[in-house]
Structure formats: structure tokens, C-alpha cells
Design a protein around this ligand. Structure first.
Ligand SMILES: *[C@@H]1O[C@H](CO)[C@@H](O)[C@H](O)[C@H]1NC(C)=O
Ligand SMILES: *[C@@H]1O[C@H](CO)[C@@H](O)[C@H](O)[C@H]1NC(C)=O
Ligand SMILES: *[C@@H]1O[C@H](CO)[C@@H](O)[C@H](O)[C@H]1NC(C)=O
Length: 182
């Protein structure tokens, strides 16, 4: 991954993002590409997040029947017979650690709700490269710091972003405001 040499100097001014940004585009992403990496993603997620209340310990990776991850709590699949995750919503569980970068294995994700947890570090700038079909993402109520990532223009279907109640700094990138067409 090359870094963008034109990235602006991080602002020292830190503030809570005003509530949320809602876009009203109603696009339907194309059907998902075949992906059997989603199992790896969920395993990786467990590795990168701390789960103090052991809420996710019910995720049992030992039963490898088709679609077995679709029966996990907080996981939704495109259809129950295939391990292709469409939504991941482990919200309000006190999860700590940093943003799970193994989410890149989960190309077909449309909905991510990690709100109300205790996640620290930066929101990855590669988010939209990893998740091209992302429609809505809610990271509110965590302890994310750093710059709001740029590059949201790569998320062609992004409809709802809620990054409120974190410790993010900087402005919403131009690409982000272009998602809604203006
Ligand atoms: C694996 O999961 C399927 C679907 O939930 C269930 O029917 C089956 O009994 C499970 N197998 C084992 C060995 O637990
Ligand atoms: C978040 O993490 C801090 C430090 O580990 C801990 O003191 C606090 O109770 C946690 N908050 C929640 C809501 O889990
Ligand atoms: C994001 O999650 C928070 C906490 O669960 C909720 O209050 C808020 O309405 C959600 N944002 C959106 C845009 O749905």
C-alpha cells in the first residue's frame, strides 16, 4: 500500500463530529461476488477485538456446515446456505481493541454497525477499498481518534455514515460529500 503524499497535515483541533451525515441515495448494489473468505474475517475479528463480556464466544468455528456463520449472533448473510456475510452488527457489547482490518476479507458486506463499543485507534483509510459494496456504517459511540478517512468516493453505494461521538478530527473529505451527489 502506498501512502498518499498529498495527505493534509493532521489538524490539531479535535472535536466530536456533529451528529451524523445521512445521504439519501437509494442504490442497490450488484449481486455479491463469490467469497468464502468471510469465515476468515470473523475469525480475524475475534482476534483483533477484545470482548470483555465474552458475548462473541458463542461463535463456534468448529461446525463447518454450509452457512454456519450465518447462525452466529450479530451476523447476517446474503442467504442462509452460504458463508457470505451481508451485515455485521455487534453493537453495544463493550468491544475494545482497534478496527478489525480483517474486514477486508468480507468484500460483500453492506452493513457494519460497531456503534456503542469501546474501539480505539483510527478508522482505516482503506475502508472503501476493502468494502466496495458498503451501504451503511455506524461507528458512533466508540473512542476512534485521528482523521476522518478520505477516499469514501470508492464506496459507490454508501448511503449512511454515522461517526458521531468519537474523538475524530479534521473535516469531512470532499469525496465523502460527493457520495450523496452534492
Ligand atoms: C452444525 O450446524 C448445523 C446447523 O446449525 C446443525 O444442524 C448440525 O447439527 C451441527 N453439527 C454439529 C456436529 O454440531
Ligand atoms: C472502555 O475501556 C475502558 C478502559 O479499558 C474501561 O475503563 C471502560 O469501562 C470501557 N467502557 C465500556 C463502555 O466498556
Ligand atoms: C448508530 O448507532 C447509534 C447507537 O446504537 C444510534 O443511536 C444511531 O441512531 C445510529 N445511527 C444511524 C444513522 O442509524
Amino acid at each position: 500500500m502506498s501512502t498518499n503524499p498529498t495527505s493534509p497535515q493532521p489538524s490539531r483541533c479535535t472535536f466530536t463530529l456533529p451528529t451524523l451525515i445521512t445521504f439519501t441515495l437509494l442504490l442497490t448494489p450488484p449481486p455479491p461476488a463469490a467469497a468464502e473468505d468471510d469465515v476468515n474475517y470473523l475469525r480475524g475479528l475475534l482476534r483483533s477485538l477484545r470482548d470483555p463480556d465474552h458475548t462473541l464466544s458463542s461463535w463456534n468455528f468448529n461446525n463447518n456446515t454450509a452457512g454456519f456463520i450465518c447462525r452466529f449472533d450479530y451476523v447476517g448473510c446474503w442467504n442462509d446456505q452460504e458463508n457470505r456475510v451481508i451485515s455485521l452488527k455487534p453493537a453495544d457489547l463493550g468491544l475494545a481493541g482497534t478496527f478489525p482490518s480483517d474486514i477486508r476479507f468480507c468484500k460483500n458486506l453492506q452493513t457494519v454497525d460497531l456503534s456503542g463499543n469501546n474501539i480505539t485507534g483510527e478508522i482505516p483509510t482503506e475502508l472503501c477499498t476493502w468494502l466496495p459494496y458498503l451501504v451503511d456504517i455506524n461507528l458512533s459511540g466508540n473512542r476512534f481518534t485521528g482523521q476522518i478517512p478520505s477516499g469514501f468516493g470508492d464506496c459507490a453505494f454508501l448511503n449512511i455514515i454515522d461517526f458521531s461521538s468519537n474523538r475524530l478530527s479534521g473535516n469531512i473529505p470532499v469525496q465523502l460529500s460527493m457520495v450523496g451527489g452534492g
